[in-house]
Design a protein around this ligand. Structure first.
Ligand code: NAD
Ligand code: DAU
Length: 338
């Protein structure tokens, strides 16, 4: 099996590539990534001499290069994670989200269709459903009602992917997962940002009153779910993925402060995110009953391990925050590519 993972240098992508090399050792993984600010090759030091992990620097919008990679590596399936992924950035500048998440996904779908790939896994998000009130869960039949430029670009890509199955018969599977946490997450997202700020004794910026709810899933559980959906999902199927771990943001922030031994006086309530979704909660029954998947991490324990990872791996996030990590590609590849 030769699988192309787009966005393989991001948070979930890099965890997925390592998960695949460990748990599907006979597979060749072609990691196709543009290396935007969120892509970090330093996440792969342990795979540097692994012949079954091939990195290709490229934009998903580059059809010629995508075609070439599919042909030259005899790709069987695409796991599509590449995206602009941060809601706040999409509010500051929506265009990149439309270009990569909508148009880029369409380029990949066209390439997959013409190459007659066996499967195209679209990694969508629970944010396509919009916001919930205090009760209820998103199921796969909940109408799509995205709120932000990010979530509407993901909803577009999600629906275009399903249209390729309906119209052209391309074998696609769509997954919609809740908030992930774990190692190697860019420190712009809630959990790593709060850990880093707490370690620096800087204020922890909580949007609004902090009562917005997210449903947290450890990234390794997301990886196992994605591979399960790739291997066992029904053609044209949509699968919700979640961990039944709803928490208010303020609970998460207080837990992090407790774990690093810093005072709650560091919490600073700041102006709310525009159009801030109130609550997400996933019903993942279909993944469990139809595909036999279940998460294995327990939130409190895995959050503590995650916080410890950031405490122990300070050089990783210091290099991310200083921009040093961007030099890694040149050091590592410029000689090889010339
Ligand atoms: P991330 O921002 O950490 O990583 C995105 C990766 O995509 C980066 O390596 C980046 O360089 C790459 N990329 C961006 N634009 C590209 C382009 N035009 N061509 C090629 N590569 C490009 O994102 P993440 O948090 O790892 O999320 C991965 C995927 O999972 C996204 O599609 C996201 O919508 C989805 N998702 C994320 C979560 C979450 O909680 N993080 C939850 C559900 C779904
Ligand atoms: O639900 C899945 C989605 O989860 C993914 O599709 C997105 O790619 C991913 O970024 C994430 O989106 P969120 O907007 O939920 O994640 P974020 O970490 O940005 O914010 C989580 C919550 O914390 C949200 O309610 C906003 C709040 N927040 C966030 C930041 C960065 C704060 O209160 N302060 C902050 O500084």
């Amino acid at each position: 099996m030769n699988v192309m993972v787009t966005g393989g240098c991001g948070f979930i992508g890099s965890n997925l590539v390592k998960w695949l090399r460990k748990n599907r050792p006979s597979w060749k993984v072609v990691n196709y990534d543009k290396l935007t600010y969120a892509g970090n090759l330093e996440n792969f030091k342990e795979l540097e001499n692994d012949p079954n992990h091939v990195f290709v620097k490229g934009d998903i919008g580059n059809r010629e290069l995508v075609d070439h990679v599919i042909r030259s590596h005899k790709i069987d399936a695409i796991m599509h994670l590449a995206a602009e992924s941060h809601v706040d950035r999409s509010i500051l500048g929506p265009e990149a989200f439309i270009v990569t998440n909508v148009l880029g996904t369409n380029v990949l779908l066209e390439a997959a269709r013409h190459a007659k790939l066996n499967r195209f896994l679209m990694v969508s998000t629970d944010e396509v459903y919009g916001s919930l009130g205090p009760t209820g869960f998103f199921t796969e039949t909940t109408p799509l009602d995205p709120s932000s430029p990010y979530s509407s670009s993901k909803a577009s890509a999600d629906l275009i992917t399903l249209a390729y199955e309906h119209t052209f018969g391309l074998d696609v599977v769509v997954t919609r997962c809740s908030n992930n946490y774990g190692p190697f997450q860019f420190p712009e997202k809630l959990i790593p940002l709060m850990v880093v700020n707490a370690l620096h004794d800087r204020p922890l910026p909580v949007y609004g009153d902090g009562t917005n709810v997210r449903d947290w899933l450890h990234v390794d559980d997301h990886c196992s779910a994605l591979v399960t959906a790739l291997e066992k999902g029904k053609k044209g199927g949509v699968y919700n993925i979640g961990g039944n771990s709803e928490r208010q943001n303020i609970q998460i922030v207080k837990a992090i402060l407790g774990l690093v031994g810093k005072p709650e006086s560091l919490i600073k309530h700041v102006t709310d995110r525009l159009g801030h979704d109130k609550r997400y909660a996933i019903d993942a029954t279909k993944m469990k009953t139809e595909l036999g998947w279940a998460p294995s991490h327990v939130f409190e324990k895995a959050l503590a391990e995650t916080v410890k990872w950031y405490v122990d791996n300070r050089p990783w996030w210091e290099r991310v925050m200083s921009g040093e990590y961007k030099k890694y590609f040149d050091t590592q590849y410029s000689a090889r590519l010339s």
